[in-house]
Design a protein around this ligand. Structure first.
Ligand SMILES: [Fe+2]
Ligand SMILES: [Fe+2]
Length: 475
């Protein structure tokens, strides 16, 4: 039985009473050294043994669950933390809605659940691998620390999923847990499962886009899994969501600081060109936003999906905030209306609601980002800039789903391939945009100092000042 406080006396910190299950404990203790080898091999390669000011979970109670202090990353206490069980929790969605949740995996859903967990799990180590060299060009120690915090927590999310595989999926689960340490981001033979997790992350604009857009996909996927009938998965995802909030904060505020700095520099330059003063200009930032928004929308899967419908019916996944925002948890006999291309025109087309679950989650995601963009635009207005960041229409530049074979402008109007090709460089980052951004990536490692292309954060971490030594560089 899980409690909210975490036992740190054991080799694997946990709040799942691991010591009561000797076989499971032994199996996980065998996986632990392989995990540490993985971390050393393809985790952060810069400052990898320095002291970093990190938070560690001390309980899963909402509010005040974190402890802050200097840690060398290989000594970080990764462990298994589940949100406390909700008493008398019932299945939130699907055909079994209202019945008691499952504490074990029902045989008929075993393969589907295992697949869901493995795909989610695979993204966690993948992002750490993608970002492993990034600290070499950190724009500040504050940012390096935030990168490392995200990295150690993604690695902890791997632990969260590996626990479920080991505890509930027997031999197959253990094999899957091993395979999670064998696949590698970008590897030709053993790549990570999702394409978005196979591109190296070599500049900080990309990192902030990743944490703003891709981690937010993670937030919504975890939110859907938090509504799962399989209670251990739900509880695991509920605690991961509290950690994820910081990753999104890093992304949103990182973008906001680059946007703010772009506005300041374009005001300072006589021609209004932030690049002339060594910054990233707002049109380039807009192109990155267009690219990352479209790229991450693809992660939600096809607009019409019988798989998504089956998972909802079975209760494996629910909708975003299913239990609080919906009254009809079965979603039978209702349609979603999705614009589809017919003879060159967009036509609203009825789709049974259950088969439109990917699209529902994608819309919740897009709405969340509208809120973020309006925050950035308030910052721009405050800087006296007329520029506004806009999210493109959800049909723009999609490579998966029903829009992938068509072309749209950022407003969502259908256009020809020739029109798209003619305008593409105005809408998406060009090779030379990427080279410019890359050329600015030089480390700034003096406490409190920032690279010229990014504004200082408004405040530090855990009430420390901005010029606090978030990474100790003298050792
Ligand atoms: Fe994660
Ligand atoms: Fe994350």
């Amino acid at each position: 039985m899980a409690t909210s406080s975490i036992n740190y006396d054991e080799r694997i910190p946990n709040n799942v009473d691991l010591s009561s299950d000797r076989r499971l404990k032994k199996a996980l203790e065998k996986w632990q050294p392989a995990f540490l080898d993985w971390w050393q091999g393809v985790g952060p390669q810069v400052f990898s043994n320095n002291e970093v000011y990190l938070r560690t979970a001390i309980s899963t109670e909402p509010g005040g669950w974190a402890n802050f202090g200097y840690v060398r990353m290989p000594e970080y206490r990764w462990g298994i933390f589940l949100a406390a069980p909700e008493e008398n929790r019932v299945i939130p969605a699907g055909d079994h809605a209202g019945k008691p949740v499952w504490q074990e995996v029902p045989g008929e859903y075993r393969n589907a659940l295992k697949r869901i967990i493995v795909v989610q799990a695979d993204t966690e180590p993948a992002s750490v691998e993608q970002q492993r060299w990034l600290a070499a060009s950190a724009p500040s120690l504050y940012d390096a620390r935030n990168l490392f915090q995200v990295n150690v927590e993604e690695a902890r999310h791997l632990w969260a999923m590996v626990y479920l595989l080991h505890a509930y999926f027997g031999r197959d689960g253990r094999d899957e847990a091993d395979a999670l340490l064998e696949r590698r981001s970008g590897d030709d033979d053993k790549p990570r499962i999702l394409d978005a997790f196979n591109q190296p992350c070599t500049d900080w604009l990309t990192f902030f886009c990743f944490t703003c857009f891709t981690d937010r996909d993670g937030k919504f996927q975890l939110g859907a899994l938090a509504e799962s009938a399989f209670d251990p998965l739900s509880r695991s995802c509920r605690f991961m969501l509290t950690e994820e909030a910081h990753h999104l904060f890093v992304g949103e505020t990182g973008m906001e600081r680059i946007i703010r700095r772009a506005a300041q520099l374009s005001k300072e330059d006589s021609n209004g060109d932030a690049r002339a003063l060594g910054g990233i200009d707002l049109p380039t930032i807009q192109k990155y936003v267009n690219y990352w928004f479209a790229y991450c929308l693809d992660l939600f899967g096809s607009e019409v999906s019988t798989n998504a419908g089956d998972w909802f019916a079975a209760g494996l996944k629910g909708r975003w905030r299913e239990a609080v925002d919906y009254t009809d948890h079965k979603a039978i006999g209702v349609n979603a209306y999705i614009p589809m291309m017919k003879d060159g025109q967009l036509v609203d087309t009825a789709v049974p609601m259950r088969n439109a679950m990917n699209e529902m989650l994608r819309q919740d995601y897009a709405k969340d980002l509208e809120r973020v963009a309006s925050k950035w635009n308030r910052a721009l207005a405050k800087e006296g800039s007329d520029f506004r960041i806009t999210l493109p229409n959800t049909r723009f530049f999609r490579r998966q789903g029903i829009y992938a074979d068509h072309h749209f402008d950022p407003q969502g109007n259908a256009i020809t391939e020739a029109e798209f090709e003619a305008r593409k460089n105005d809408w998406l980052p060009t090779e030379s945009d990427r080279e410019w951004v890359q050329s600015l990536m030089k480390p700034v490692l003096e406490p409190g100092k920032m690279a010229n292309w990014i504004a200082a954060p408004r405040r530090g971490i855990n009430r420390q000042s901005v010029d606090f030594a978030y990474v100790r560089t003298d050792d």
